[in-house]
Design a binder for this molecule. Structure first.
Ligand code: ADP
Ligand code: ADP
Length: 225
């Protein structure tokens, strides 16, 4: 079974349909990039996979098991993490407190996993007691990313990791994305900059009007540019 699969999903917000027969798969070990025009439904795919939106029809499957309709707090416990777009960390809380928020659904202690994350993300280690609002945009994005890792997900959904970041900082965030993938986390990522997103991914899906238009190896999609 795929790590994560959407099968012929229709969905959206209230009466507004966004996803229209959307089907895609994420296999273990992969980084898969969702690209496509603004408003294509890329973020909506992630929100539907994370249980923030219930599919109207079709299926969301995690390791073969139907999870469409499960709430985010249940989805998180199953092993799926979500990194929303920037500015989703709590500015008035410290780095340490933000990380602890990421682990509220964990049974047992946080100490070991937090120390592992501080080892991996030195910038956070140096800023443990700093209020998140004092961090740079790139540092806040790393914090949002690390916060999703406190639950040790084996599938991670990431919404535009480079949004609002300078190119150098974005490259550092993408390097973190790859490092996390190499530790056996399958990643489904939305990226506005198609070239950049595909260059760190194994495969890509081109979404338009809530439907997958093309799917191919990242290299093949890049050659078509
Ligand atoms: P993308 O990530 O590809 O830019 P989105 O998934 O964010 O696209 O949005 C797809 C469509 O859904 C857009 O037309 C957007 O305006 C609409 N949309 C997003 N969020 C909401 C919402 N909360 N309520 C109603 N429509 C929404
Ligand atoms: P996000 O990626 O979190 O959806 P957006 O900038 O697209 O961020 O939207 C900001 C807020 O406005 C979100 O809470 C979203 O639910 C809402 N929203 C976005 N598009 C629409 C829309 N077309 N109609 C109603 N609400 C929307």
């Amino acid at each position: 079974d795929a790590a994560l699969e959407l099968v012929d999903v229709d969905g959206g917000y209230g009466e507004t349909q966004v996803l229209d027969g959307c089907s895609l798969r994420l296999e273990d070990g992969e980084i898969v990039c969702l690209i496509g025009p603004n408003g294509a439904g890329k973020s909506t795919v992630l929100k539907t996979a994370f249980g923030m939106l219930d599919p109207w029809s079709g299926q969301v499957r995690y390791r073969g098991r139907e999870i469409g309709g499960a709430a985010p707090e249940d989805v998180v416990r199953m092993g799926i993490g979500y990194v929303p777009q920037t500015e989703n960390v709590f500015g008035s809380l410290t780095v340490e407190e933000n990380l602890r928020m990421g682990g509220v659904a964990r049974s047992g202690g946080l100490g070991e996993v937090m120390e592992g994350l501080y080892d991996r993300f030195e910038v956070l280690d140096e800023k443990r007691d700093a209020k998140a609002r004092t961090l740079s945009g790139g540092q806040r994005q790393v914090l949002a990313f690390a916060r999703a890792l406190v639950m040790e997900p084996d599938v991670l959904l990431i919404d535009e990791p480079s949004a609002g970041l300078a190119p150098n900082t974005a490259d550092e965030v993408f390097a973190d994305v790859r490092a996390v993938n190499e530790m056996d986390t399958a990643i489904l990522m939305v990226e506005q900059n198609a070239r950049k997103g595909l260059s760190v991914s194994d495969r890509g899906y081109v979404l338009d009007q809530g439907t997958v238009r093309f799917a191919d190896d990242a290299g093949a999609l890049l050659d078509d540019d």
